[in-house]
Write a protein that binds this ligand. Sequence first.
Ligand SMILES: [Zn+2]
Length: 83
Amino acid sequence: MTEEDAAGEAGTRFKVYCSQCREKVELPVGAFRLALGATKERTFYGFTCPECGAAVRKPAGEKIVEALTRAGVSTMRLVPIER
Ligand SMILES: [Zn+2]
């Protein structure tokens, strides 16, 4: 049980489908990670499925990015690696 996830301050929850076990799960904001890439193809969100434990990663469209960002999901900006 992860009901008391400290990261989820607003108490917003999102329903998502796990691409591994196909379960529909409801997760608090703190369970999501959002990775903003330079292009849409590289922008995705991720979560760990509470049913099967899989690390799920899905492409995030503009609406999803907006919703997750507004809810306070921790965002990671992907930038090209400098060398
Ligand atoms: Zn699953």
